[in-house]
Design a protein around this ligand. Sequence first.
Ligand SMILES: [Zn+2]
Length: 147
Amino acid sequence: MYRISDSEWEVMRVIWTKGQTRSSEIIATLADKFSWSDSTIKTLLGRLVDKGLVSSQREGKAFIYQARVSEKQSYRDEIEMIFNRICVTEHRSLIDYLVSKMPMTLSDIEQLEALLLLKKENAVERVICDCIPGQCRCVRHGEVKHG
Ligand SMILES: [Zn+2]
């Protein structure tokens, strides 16, 4: 799986939103937010095509760009990449933090409650990480805590 850079991500968001789009449309969309030149955006598009994240199809003089990866899956991949860097025993407190600062409707909260009720049926006794010893402070099953 390819890492998507911050700039490439901005371009991907336009492509995901528009479905099929030309570079001129992407340039126009991003012009308000960034002072990127046309050639910068074309370079970013070229990289996304090389990475297999976007397809390009010639139509007359222009190219039509289309995403080859789903938006939802890409969100999940990005989040998982971050969480994979952090000991699994820290994940819940990070979720607490995210939930506490996230704007949520009553319906959002009710959906989260329903998810937690389901989660309750598969609760584990302990969350055990698989970090390399020395990279986290966890005490693993059967290990004696030092210090
Ligand atoms: Zn750990």
